[in-house]
Design a protein. Structure first.
Length: 491
């Protein structure tokens, strides 16, 4: 723009001012704003009265006062939550505090606006806004009371769940459970802390005197900040009639002389102090105890029978307590046990004549279901039969269940002998047993010296012959040495 044009524009402005009526000011827009808006309380809960304090300021650069027609608090959708009307004027450089209130029904984050509207001295209107964010927390922790399969007249488990939805940790949590006509044990549970956003499950036992629905109330107290707060929750719990039913089932285990007894609780309440006992006319039967069997559950114990042979019957009885007070019940069952301890038989017997002796070989076989110990096979002196060197008896040792060990023994016989008696002694379940088997001599075959076999637990059938052989060799060596020494001396 040229200097001439600038001077011309200035002249026009001056003329316009001079042409204005006396006392008329130039229209200048309002300089107003909302400088702040504070929320109290800063972390409200549902139902709390929330105050938003807005500060409306007329800037010092304004040329006139600002008349405030209204200040409103608007919701996110533009709905009016609160409004203040006819608030007067604000001089340039001054401000006005306007409190607005509202409440929130549910927790969450809410985005609001403060709106101020007014005009200056010359009627120029202006509307200004200020955003406000309010975080509404849970007023109290969430509490739930639940009970499944509650039974009247018996201790029924009740679970109280506490969920901390607050914005801070809960301290010194105390939960009390109570109800009319209901006894709880324990009556209170405690927890030192419950972190924000976490939950805990506390278990009580509730015993109702009568069937039907009973209201159980969980009273929850906790510390937050510098104070103590409290909430409660009540839930109806239905208590069914007590039903008692216990069954016994059995099966044999081990060598057949032991019984595995399963106690099954078919009722709707736990049974406790279960005592299982067995009675038999021919055997001694041990007993067993079970502290507790839950409703719908089972526990298994083992009873051992002893002091009998063959098969024998066992009558089983279980006594138990249930419910509250001194209620008790019984259950019974019958079973059969069979004694099948370790037992030794001589099998695979073979006789062979060798050097005027009978060499008897075979196997000591355990046909029982438990190991036998200290097994010895020996030739028994009889008419025309005598034990003979090098193996009058054979120490077999231990034979596991369903296993065998080979042995061999020697005997001399006369012409009138018809059989060789072999005696077996052993320990089975701590009891000494003795049996004798006669081996017909007519079955003997002829042959040279036979090798003697040893089994898995066999003892020294060749021990004595070995010792004799060593002695003989030593004697021969001594004679050779003496002869050689005499020869050298003569030379």
């Amino acid at each position: 723009m040229s200097r001439t044009a600038s001077l011309a524009l200035g002249a026009v402005v001056v003329l316009a001012v001079l042409a204005a009526p006396a006392g008329t000011a130039l229209a200048v827009g309002p300089y107003v704003s909302i400088s702040s808006a504070t929320v109290s309380p800063s972390s409200p809960a549902p139902g709390d009265v929330v105050t938003v304090s807005a500060t409306v300021r007329d800037l010092a650069s304004s040329s006139s006062d600002f008349q405030v027609y209204y200040v409103r608090l608007l919701g996110g959708s533009g709905s009016v939550r609160d409004v203040a009307n006819n608030l007067g004027t604000i001089a340039p450089g001054s401000e006005l505090q306007v409190p607005l209130t509202t409440t929130f029904a549910r927790p969450g984050t809410y985005h609001l606006r403060v709106e101020a509207h007014g005009s200056n001295d010359v009627g120029a209107e202006k509307t200004v806004y200020y955003p406000v964010v309010v975080h509404v927390r849970e007023r109290a922790p969430a509490v739930e009371v639940s009970a499944s399969n509650a039974v009247a007249g018996a201790a029924s488990p009740v679970t109280v769940t506490v969920a901390n939805g607050l914005g801070e940790d809960m301290r010194n949590l105390r939960v009390d459970l109570s109800g009319a006509g209901v006894t709880t044990s324990p009556s209170r549970r405690v927890a030192p802390t419950l972190a924000s956003g976490s939950s805990t499950r506390l278990t009580f036992n509730a015993t109702a005197a009568t069937t039907g629905t009973h209201n159980l109330t969980a009273r929850v107290r906790y510390d937050v900040g510098a104070g103590t707060e409290e909430t409660s929750y009540t839930a109806p719990v239905s208590f069914a009639s007590l039903r008692d039913s216990v069954a016994l089932s059995t099966r044999t285990v081990g060598d057949g002389s032991s019984l595995a007894v399963t106690v099954s609780d078919l009722g709707n309440a736990a049974v406790r102090d279960v005592s299982v006992r067995g009675d038999s006319p021919n055997a001694t039967v041990t007993g067993a105890d079970v502290p507790r069997v839950p409703a719908g559950g089972s526990r298994t114990v083992v009873l051992n029978a002893s002091g009998f042979t063959g098969e024998t019957s066992v009558h089983l009885t279980a006594t138990y307590d249930y419910g509250s007070g001194t209620r008790s019940g019984t259950a019974s069952a019958d079973a059969t046990v069979a004694a099948n301890p370790g037992s030794v038989r001589l099998t695979g017997l073979d006789l062979e004549r060798s050097g005027g002796k009978l060499h008897v070989t075979g196997s000591a076989s355990n046909v029982g279901l438990s190991a036998v110990n200290s097994v010895v096979v020996r030739v028994v002196p009889a008419a025309g039969v005598q034990p003979a060197y090098p193996g009058r008896e054979y120490f077999v040792g231990t034979i596991p269940a369903s296993d065998f060990v080979s042995f061999d023994v020697y005997a001399t016989t006369s012409a009138n002998a018809t059989s060789v008696p072999l005696e077996v002694t052993y320990l089975a379940d701590g009891v000494r047993h003795r049996t004798t088997t006669r081996v017909p001599i007519a079955d003997a075959s002829s042959g040279g010296p036979a090798a003697s076999g040893g089994g898995t637990g066999g003892g020294g059938g060749w021990l004595l012959p070995g010792i004799v052989g060593v002695v003989v060799l030593a004697g021969v060596a001594a004679l050779i040495y003496v002869g050689w020494r005499n020869y050298v001396r003569d030379e």
